[in-house]
Design a protein around this ligand. Structure first.
Ligand SMILES: Nc1ncnc2c1ncn2[C@@H]1O[C@H](COP(=O)(O)OP(=O)(O)OP(=O)(O)O)[C@@H](O)[C@H]1O
Ligand SMILES: [Mg+2]
Length: 329
């Protein structure tokens, strides 16, 4: 039925239990499903998407002029957070940046936990997930760009989340290719796809980097970690893997560490863009499952994280290439 109406109409279903009816609805020609309990901004976003689809269909049928050929396709930006060493703050940064972006772009941000075996994004956001990465990247959802959203878990900020697996055996089934395809599919639907990763350049991280527009590299102030960062930057530069923007973050900054940000810059032969101080507020927020940016906190880490969100979400007029630095040198 919906096909007969195209390109003049689009079918959006509002239902009390969207997850239960998703597959049947999609087969019947429904293009998008939202919950009857959805917030007004979610309904608004769904209507905007429906309008975009009608516009695209009409353009395809020659009813409106197609976009000028030089205009880039409207795909979302993929931001991957990585580090050579574990425990340096990747998940803290990925979850806070994702929540900060979701507050600015309601319903248009998705966070993927690509630390396939030991991901703790759900815990950092205090989420009880029905579905996790293996169901989403390998099940029927992986082949259905419309129904996939009904498998996500939503955070109170409006952020959509693809949580990591609870079971290492299930996680083993997710191949780097599955992850790459999921990212490619989601960037067509969301303004931002944030990817949290396991430490080091794992196969899954490399698969994510293949699709990345903005790489956020994190280190703490310790010699092995910083040397590791240098070793991670070199192959990425040589392989030209990330063509967009690169941001380097030093976390756990504290005087007594016996190492300064200048030492880091000398070792990695590159500038540091953001410095997050060590603060007890961070483990407290991790343990409570409430990201710092969920509230209106004004502590130094929250302030710096908000500027990092600005860096990830530049204004539309700004080019998406080159390094972006907040620090004055
Ligand atoms: N600036 C900071 N000050 C104090 N504690 C911090 C800071 N940043 C992160 N932490 C704490 O350090 C711990 C590790 O942080 P997080 O889980 O974000 O690191 P990670 O790089 O994702 O670790 P993994 O490699 O294991 O995934 C958490 O308990 C977190 O609260
Ligand atoms: Mg982590």
């Amino acid at each position: 039925m919906a096909e007969d109406l195209a390109p003049l109409a689009d079918v959006l279903l509002v239902h009390r239990e969207p997850a239960h009816i998703a597959m049947a609805a999609v087969r019947a020609g429904v293009r998008d499903i939202i919950s009857a309990d959805a917030e007004p901004q979610e309904l608004r976003a769904a209507l905007d998407r429906a309008a975009d689809r009608v516009f695209a269909a009409r353009a395809g049928a020659g009813l409106v002029p197609p976009p000028a050929p030089h205009e880039p396709a409207a795909v979302g930006r993929v931001v991957t957070v990585t580090s050579p060493k574990g425990g340096v703050g990747k998940t803290t940064i990925a979850t806070n940046v994702a929540v900060g972006l979701a507050q600015r772009f309601p319903q248009r941000v998705v966070l993927i936990d690509a630390d396939v075996h030991f991901g703790d994004v759900a815990s950092a956001l205090n989420l009880e997930a029905k579905h996790s990465l293996p169901d989403i990247a390998r099940g029927p959802a992986a082949r259905d760009s419309i129904a996939v959203k009904s498998y996500f878990t939503q955070h109170v900020s409006g952020l959509f989340v693809v949580p990591g697996s609870d079971s290492p055996a299930d996680a083993d089934a997710v191949t780097p290719d599955d992850l790459a395809q999921l990212i490619a599919m989601l960037r067509e639907q969301f303004a931002f796809v944030i990817v949290d990763t396991a430490p080091g350049l794992t196969e899954h991280t490399l698969a994510s980097l293949d699709n990345t527009d903005h790489l956020v590299l994190v280190t703490s102030l310790d010699v092995p970690g910083v040397r590791g960062l240098r070793k991670e930057i070199d192959p990425l530069d040589n392989l030209s893997m990330v063509v967009g923007r690169r941001t380097i973050v030093v976390n756990f900054n504290e005087r007594s560490r016996g190492m300064t940000v200048a030492d880091v810059e000398a070792t990695i032969r590159a500038g540091v863009d953001f410095v997050l101080p060590q603060s007890n507020a961070v483990p407290l927020s991790t343990n409570q499952g409430i990201p710092l940016l969920q509230g209106a906190r004004r502590d130094p880490v929250s302030r710096e994280l908000r500027v990092l969100v600005d860096a990830v979400a530049p204004s539309a007029s700004e080019p998406v290439t080159g390094r972006l630095s907040r620090r004055k040198r």
